[in-house]
Design a protein around this ligand. Structure first.
Ligand code: FAD
Length: 407
């Protein structure tokens, strides 16, 4: 046979390939990726790698020898077209590869800031290792930093800058940090953490232009006309899924490549996993957007890669893993289990040095956001996976035994 082609050599594509071999898949297996490096982890790019605590080798998911050992062909090229009629993928170098099954694991790309000056030198994004290297170099010379967007990446970066004693201002359009992802209580705590570390955060603020001198960034103008000096700007305003390959091949897309509970597209020979895939899940029940979601996390990429590899080697199962996520911001560790929604109720549980926010939707536990409470997080993952719940009163009671509920 023609074997399995994976487009996208990131966390999800790599995992699918590795799990296919571990499950005994013996046919041809090719991982197509446009990046120069072997598959690597992105989370440290905005944390340990940027802070100089790990090097590029430390980011690799496996040593380069792994690919030869497991007979996985890593082809460095961009895939430009899927021809479903002939079951082939065309690469930008002109090659055309045939598949029996095609896995789309194309991830996302940075959302561009739609203002004049966004292309100036000194304005950065942070998604790839190449971008992290550019940013790391720029940080050596920077004094005054503006971060656009108080999401996970913007805040992790701001914390690294503040720890180096650099001046950093974060511009955020909404009234709170990480507004799309966490409860108001968690936002408030992280606002305090960052401000105490010396980060300035400007809420309800928009960027209208970036100005330069000699082609290099010099300042950022806000929507209200205020001008902030800057010699380095990081734009962290979210991502968009890489779904064009799928869309042009006639596969349904809507903020992600649409897949069924088994991660298959409407074409049984094509599946999609990781950041680029939109899938149904019980954990999203009751969310305003419906029960289909696209999740940007290592957990989701890894578990979907494994789930798909199992199906393709004869052990089909619907994808049903509990979503979980982490973000390290300075010395604080945020961990999230489940999927909270914007209208979910919140209950605060304080114990020891940290706290957890328990979220409830339609009277049931939907998510738990833990700050420096890894035991709460681990218990929450198991409670939510099992479909169990607790009352808001129990959640707030530090004497209530979460671990017992989890087992
Ligand atoms: P990606 O890892 O983005 O891989 C997709 C790959 O496909 C890319 O290499 C891309 O270049 C390639 N590609 C796309 N189109 C084509 C094409 N046509 N041809 C060839 N190749 C193509 N998650 C957490 O859970 N915790 C964290 O703390 C955390 N921190 C993060 C920090 C940063 C700076 C970033 C960027 C992400 C972070 N994430 C974190 C998210 C996590 O890294 C992603 O969810 C994960 O990488 C998704 O894996 P993926 O394989 O779906 O996509």
């Amino acid at each position: 046979g023609n074997g399995i082609l994976v487009v996208g050599a990131g966390q999800a594509g790599f995992q699918a390939a590795a799990s296919l071999r571990e499950a005994g898949f013996a046919g041809p297996l090719t991982l197509i990726g446009e990046e120069a490096q072997p598959p690597y982890q992105r989370p440290p790019l905005s944390k340990a790698y940027l802070a100089g605590k790990t090097d590029a080798r430390g980011l690799l998911l496996r040593p380069e020898s792994f690919f030869a050992e497991y007979a996985i062909t890593h082809r460095r090229a961009r895939a430009t077209r899927i021809d479903r009629g002939t079951s082939r993928v065309r690469l930008e170098d002109g090659a055309s590869l045939a598949y029996d099954h095609l896995i789309l694991a194309t991830g996302t790309r940075n959302r561009a800031l739609p203002v004049p000056g966004a292309e100036l030198s000194g304005v950065h994004g942070l998604r790839s290792l190449d971008e992290a290297d550019a940013l790391k170099g720029a940080l050596e010379r920077a004094h005054t930093i503006v971060v656009v967007g108080a999401g996970f990446i913007g805040l992790e970066f701001a914390a690294v800058c503040a720890a180096r004693g650099l001046s950093v201002t974060v511009i955020e359009a909404t009234p709170r940090v990480m507004a799309r992802a966490v409860a108001p209580e968690t936002s408030a705590a992280f606002r305090d953490f960052h401000e105490a570390a010396g980060v300035t955060i400007r809420f309800g603020a928009g960027v209208s232009a970036i100005e330069g001198a000699d082609g290099r960034v010099a300042s950022v103008t806000l929507a209200d006309g205020e001008n902030l000096p800057a010699d380095l700007v990081l734009v962290g305003i979210g991502v968009v899924p890489n779904q064009e390959l799928a869309a042009e091949a006639g596969l349904p897309v809507r903020d992600g490549i649409e897949v069924d509970p088994f991660l298959a597209t409407i074409d049984p020979a094509i599946s999609a996993i990781g950041d680029c895939a939109r899938f149904p899940t019980r954990f999203a029940a009751g969310l305003p957007g419906g029960d289909r979601v696209r999740i940007e996390s290592v957990q989701n990429a890894v578990d979907q890669g494994r789930c798909l590899a199992a199906r393709l080697t004869g052990r089909p199962a619907a994808y049903d893993a509990v979503p979980w996520f982490w973000s390290d911001q300075g010395p604080r560790k945020l961990q999230i289990a489940g999927l909270g929604g914007p209208d979910d109720a919140s209950v605060l549980r304080r114990a020891g040095g940290g706290f957890s926010v328990f979220r409830f939707r339609d009277g049931r536990l939907s998510a738990v956001e833990s700050v420096d409470r890894p035991a709460d997080h681990m218990a929450a993952r198991r409670i939510i996976a099992a479909g169990r719940s607790l009352t808001p009163e129990q959640a707030a009671d530090p004497a209530f035994d979460l671990k017992a509920l989890a087992t």
